[in-house]
Design a binder for this molecule. Sequence first.
Ligand code: MGD
Ligand code: MGD
Ligand code: SF4
Ligand code: MO
Length: 855
Amino acid sequence: MEIKRRDFLKAGVAAGAAVALTGPLLNAFAVTKPLAGEKVSGSTDPGKWIPSTCQGCTQWCPVEFFVQNGRAVKVRGNQLSKVNNGYVCPRGHLMLQELYDPDRIKVPMKRTNPKKGRGVDPKFVPISWDEALGTLADKLIELRKNNEPHKFLFIRGRYSPKTYPLAYGTLPKIIGSPNAISHSAICAEAEKFGPFVTEGYWGYRDYDLQNMKCLVVWGCDPLSSNRNVPNTINKIGDLIDRGTLITVDPRLSAIAAKSHMWVPVKPGEDGALALAIAHVILTEGLWSKEFIGDFNDGKNQFKTGKTVDESAFAEKLSHGLVKWWNIELKDRTPEWAEKICGISKDQIIKIAKTMAAAAPQCAIWMGPGAVMSPRGAAASQAIYAINGLLGCVDVEGGVLSHHPKSPSNKLPKIDDFLDDMAKKYGKEKKIDQRGYKQFPALNPDPDKKGNFKPGTAVITNNVATGILNADPYEIKVVVSNWANFNFSCTGAERWDRAMEKVFYVHIGTNPSEAAMYADIVLPAAHHATQKLSIIDNKGNGYTHISIQQPVVGRLWEEKADETEIMYMLAQKLAEKGFPNMINYFNSFKDPETGKHPTGPEDFAEIASKIISSAVWKPKEPLKGDKLNGWEDFKAKGIYNSEPYKYKGLWEKGFPTPTKKFEFYSEGLKIGLKAHAEKYKTTIDDIVESAQYTAKGEEVFVPHYEPPKVWGDPVKYPFILVDFKSRLNREGRSQNTTWFQEFKKVDVGDESWDDVVRINPEDAKKLGIKTGDMVKLTSLTGSITVKAKLFEGVRPGTVSKCFGQGHWAYGKVATKEFNKTPRGGNNNDLMPFDVERFTGSNCRNGGFTRVKIEKV
Ligand SMILES: Nc1nc2c(c(=O)[nH]1)N[C@H]1C(S)=C(S)[C@@H](COP(=O)(O)OP(=O)(O)OC[C@H]3O[C@@H](n4cnc5c(=O)[nH]c(N)nc54)[C@H](O)[C@@H]3O)O[C@H]1N2
Ligand SMILES: Nc1nc2c(c(=O)[nH]1)N[C@H]1C(S)=C(S)[C@@H](COP(=O)(O)OP(=O)(O)OC[C@H]3O[C@@H](n4cnc5c(=O)[nH]c(N)nc54)[C@H](O)[C@@H]3O)O[C@H]1N2
Ligand code: SF4
Ligand SMILES: [Mo]
């Protein structure tokens, strides 16, 4: 199948030279006009820096692009940013190649081959925006006509934190579907569990690195991934000179290599290690007397194996310490943990003492590695609780989680624009099966601080199950934005089968794996360089609001996902007799001129102005940066808050049911009790259905859970340790040549290739040498990659980076587009499983076992 240039011209695309491509299939994505500014070479434009925001990872760094002759040529951190100090991480630079990627989706297209499958040519042909959105509008109206609007599903991958309500929060709701599904559960939700049950905070933490004396990085590598990467790269050297750096990770990561102590815990046994550290802190009398309190008589009664009378201890800012000791900790000795987690008792004692000596200028930086696993919520609670024991929360040099609020205005309310059908069907069950007995799916109760509410957390990867089994009902029409679940979800193949069953509209920048299953593909403007939107985030003790704006023009027919495309769809729906969405959008009012939107771009600007006017036209003077109107905000690109106020929570109390830092979680008890009542059963029964082993009171305190593992250890002798490439912009930078060329920056990796790291001792037994091709097989699939012998993996485990293994996305990411992947996707090996308290998708904690065969 070949799409000729004249087909593109017919579709109304501007004329220009088509760039040669490798395969006929990719012609559908061919460049059809010169890139903006291309013919003006030799011009003397001095260029200028234009601010925007990078969303290559969840740090959402304020950045600046140097633009010359209409082309973005360089990236740096926004010089005004107090979060990244004007720096980006290595991935920031890849945005230039993402923007100018010749394989991008350039015009709307429709599928002409009804057959779907990996390697099947969709036979996409270009169509107009009019036809594309008209077809989608017809499908949505048909659902409403048949009284089944809930059979519509909207999938949100990455998003703009401030304009996403215009798509995710509007389209399904106004049509009448409860199915607004976010990717959050395949991201890092289990990380938020520990901080929430202990201190009532549901979110990612920040760390006061510049005042810290001991940092324990646990299950992540903030020099390479996780959050606050530019700030960490900036500050870690001084921290290493000043204090102690410890890393708990079964794999020698970049930060482990720089650490004073590398603690290669057995995957999934982090809970045992954490509990033993807590045991030492208590038996050695090292807890924070200022934060936790003390025994009435000042004598330490925490003796191994012995219970303590609760009334003997006067707790200050914490709740349930003695309960925790009596129920769990008294027997969790370093000797006990040593056999389970593979870390010697002496090392455990040393970690506890080192942390305590630095406390409160100490923190555990907890990441998904220790928690995104079937029983990971318990580990999340145990690890985070140590921060409390040592009084390291909300203090100088410790963990920061209650930042000054970033001021922004809410978008107008949608409620008046919802008709009876939308209200009725919007209350249907959700397709991800949240709230089923086995899925408590707890999220914070919006009405009661610190309480969990069951059945409210998304179980992203279970949507495929819902679609495949038509349980609770069939899904007929799907729209996704900025998501590629056919690649990014474990058990990826389930998404292939699910998307075969539905009418699927894919919004994105690239011909990704998901796009290959689409019936219609819509070209998205690149987030950081072509889209107007408002972002917020925090780090380094500040919060900020930053702008995302088109720093270069549009290259083809791409449109901004959450604003322009939604507005155009609303217009189409109105044309076809359903005006509610456009009426809602047109009710928006420009905060400066009072004007209502007249078109898609205008709408994007008005929405962005409404949200951000809180910082450039504040009602009361703000404590952070002073900005002088919309133009000033656009030129500076950022509002920084005032600095973090230490011990604010110590003064006013934590947002938990007891207002204390809870070692015994009242909020979890309330959540699980509500779920048990719904099913007229006991909490123990619910906990068991959720795949946990704890019983009774144990459930509510940080406690030990043995890891749940997929694969018999005899047949599948190795544990797979998955991690992110330093250059992953999630699953979307792999089609840039810079990603491939610099891939070797991941310790042990090779450029343009994909390797599995095997400990030399294990490799010797298998007769495998570096460079051999090996087949990795798990219970769910196989991939073939190159072997690399590397001491930096625990014997009995292998480690492999996530990122390679695309069979679509473009001609750089693949060996042959739609045919041969470059390397292998870990998600073809990793089975689908869920941490059921939070709905989190499992990818860490040693839950996947593999066997290795030389090929
Ligand atoms: N094995 C394994 N799997 C993982 C992970 C892991 O570490 N290991 N990480 C997980 C995590 S933390 C996450 S958050 C998920 C991420 O996974 P997803 O939520 O699926 O996100 P991406 O893979 O980044 O999204 C890629 C899609 O976005 C489109 N796209 C790219 N840039 C833009 C843009 O600027 N605008 C729009 N509108 N679309 C764009 C592309 O066309 C592509 O279709 O993956 C998860 N999957
Ligand atoms: N470079 C890069 N950075 C990113 C992103 C990206 O795509 N690329 N994406 C961003 C996003 S969306 C997210 S959600 C974050 C989260 O992303 P990360 O914090 O990077 O989380 P994971 O990729 O899950 O990393 C797993 C880490 O845990 C280790 N690990 C695996 N199993 C275990 C275990 O059982 N115990 C312990 N202690 N460690 C284990 C692995 O070796 C690895 O270091 O990163 C963000 N930052
Ligand atoms: S990839 Fe993440 S850390 Fe790096 S510049 Fe972008 S937002 Fe910042
Ligand atoms: Mo994520």
